[in-house]
Design a protein around this ligand. Sequence first.
Ligand SMILES: C[S@@+](CC[C@H](N)C(=O)[O-])C[C@H]1O[C@@H](n2cnc3c(N)ncnc32)[C@H](O)[C@@H]1O
Length: 269
Amino acid sequence: MSSDSVNQLTELDFASFKRKVKLAYSLDLDAYKRPQMERRLRANMDRCGANTFQHYYTLMQKDESLRDEFLDRVTINVSELFRNPDQFETLRTRVLPELLEQKKDLSIWSAGCSYGAEPYTLAVLLDEAAPQGRHSILATDIDDKMLARAQKGIFQEAEMRGVTKTRLTKYFDSTDNGYVAKDVLKKLIRFRKHNMLEDRFQIGFELMLCRNVVIYFTDETKAALYERFFASLKPGGYLFVGGTERIANYREIGFESNIPFFYRKPYRN
Ligand SMILES: C[S@@+](CC[C@H](N)C(=O)[O-])C[C@H]1O[C@@H](n2cnc3c(N)ncnc32)[C@H](O)[C@@H]1O
C-alpha cells in the first residue's frame, strides 16, 4: 500500500475515533492541538497494544482504567497551589485590593480548576484580604475524578511547595493522607462539572481564572473562548491567565492590559 493510502486510512480511523469520543464523552478532540494530543494518545495506544484508533476505542469501552487514562492524557491535570507565585502576589497586592474597593463580596470563577489547587489558593487570598466578605468561588472542570478530589481539598507535599509555613498552619490540617484544607476555605468554593467547549457560561464575575487550560486548544478555539470569558466578566473585572499565556488580540476583544497576565474589562468599550 502506498504511504498516501496509509495516511488516508489513518485519517479515516482518527476521524471515526473523534466522532465516537465526542458522542460518548462530549469531548471535542478537534479543539485540541493535534500534534501534541496525537503524540500523547499514541503513547497510550502503544502501552495497551492498540494498532488503530478504532482498536483503542474498543479496548477503552471494555476497560474503565484505559478510558480514565485516555481522558487524563487529553485533558492534563497538573497543578499546584500558588502556581507562578509572582503572579499570585500581583493578584494579592494589586488586583484584589482594586476589586475589593469596588465590591466587598467577590464572585470568582476558576475555570479548568483540576484538583482544586487554584480555587483553594484563591480562598486563602480572599480570607486574608477580606475575611468578612461573602465571597463565592465557582470552580469548574470537565473531569469528574479531579472534581471529586478537589471537593476533599487534600494536597500532597509537592503540590504545597508554594504555600508559606504561616499559611500552611493557618489554613490546612496535616494528616496521614496529606494536607487537608480547613472549612474556612472549603465554604467559599462550589465545585461543578463544566465543559468550556460545550456548556453555557455563567455571567457576572469580578474575577475569572483560566490558567494552563487553553494552551492545549487550537488558536481558533482559544480566540472564541477569550470572547466568552470577556462576556462573563462584569465591567471592571479581570481575567487572569497562565504563566505562558498571552491574549494577542486583547484590544480587539475589548480588554485592556496594564498588568502582565491580567486582562481587564473596562467600564465602557
Ligand atoms: C493543567 S490543568 C490546569 C489547572 C489549573 N488551572 C492550574 O493552572 O494549575 C488543566 C485542566 O483543564 C481541564 N480541562 C481540559 N479541557 C477542558 C474543558 N474542555 N472544559 C473544562 N476543563 C477542561 C483539565 O481537566 C485539567 O484539569
